[in-house]
Write a protein that binds this ligand. Structure first.
Ligand SMILES: Cc1cc2nc3c(=O)[nH]c(=O)nc-3n(C[C@H](O)[C@H](O)[C@H](O)COP(=O)(O)O)c2cc1C
Length: 192
């Protein structure tokens, strides 16, 4: 897939088909994630690929997160109900991937590491899209990171950094409008 097409046509997918994804395809996507640039070439991203009963446990933590953020179920608008449903089911995705890195206490190192793992996650999203798969970069569930770490047996010297469902898309979302499409305000040119 042509790179500009992948970048522009990837969307966050919040509804998935049930079909499982071949392990070789997941490995290919993770290999792309592993080719990201990283500060001091530390490549400090790590991934957990989850399906089955542990995935159900993760979805139930996501439900807890959304229930904390929203009014009680009986008082929710239709839009809030739909969003809560997405969170508590992860759009029916058959797989989810959790990214983590070494926990860093020093601010400059943490910044470097978080930027590096973000580059890796974007690679993952674009590679999944190139394979016809959907993803949705999520940090919301990390509000319950301690619970997720316990479910996944992740030691305390690791920080969870992002999570995405993975599966074949069951929706085709419209692209969001670009703020400042002409880049007039977002880009300053010097010396041109
Ligand atoms: C760092 C980050 C965190 C995000 N966290 C969430 C999240 O917790 N829940 C969610 O539904 N979407 C989340 N998103 C997805 C954004 O809402 C989405 O990327 C944005 O609306 C643009 O839509 P698009 O990805 O289809 O272009 C996150 C995206 C990023 C980059």
């Amino acid at each position: 897939m042509e790179i500009y097409s992948a970048i522009k046509n990837r969307r966050s997918i919040r509804k998935y088909k049930n079909d499982l994804v071949a392990k070789d395809t997941i490995r290919k996507i993770l290999d792309a994630a592993n080719w990201a640039p990283s500060g001091m070439n530390e490549q400090s991203w790590e991934y957990i690929v989850i399906t089955g009963s542990k995935l159900a446990e993760i979805k139930s933590v996501c439900k807890e997160v959304i229930d904390l953020r929203m009014p009680p179920e009986t008082e929710r608008s239709e839009q809030q109900k739909a969003f809560a449903h997405w969170y508590s089911t992860l759009g029916n995705a058959p797989i989810c991937i959790v990214q983590m890195t070494k926990a860093e206490s020093e601010a400059a190192r943490r910044k470097m590491v978080l930027e590096s793992v973000s580059a890796s996650f974007q690679n993952l999203l674009l590679a999944a899209h190139a394979e016809g798969l959907g993803t949705c970069w999520m940090t919301g569930p990390l509000a319950k990171a301690d619970k997720l770490q316990a479910i996944l047996d992740v030691p305390q010297d690791r920080e969870l950094t992002a999570i995405t469902p993975l599966g074949f898309p069951d929706e085709v979302p419209a692209p969001g409008k670009r703020l400042d499409e002409t880049l007039q305000n977002k880009v300053t040119w010097i010396g041109f």
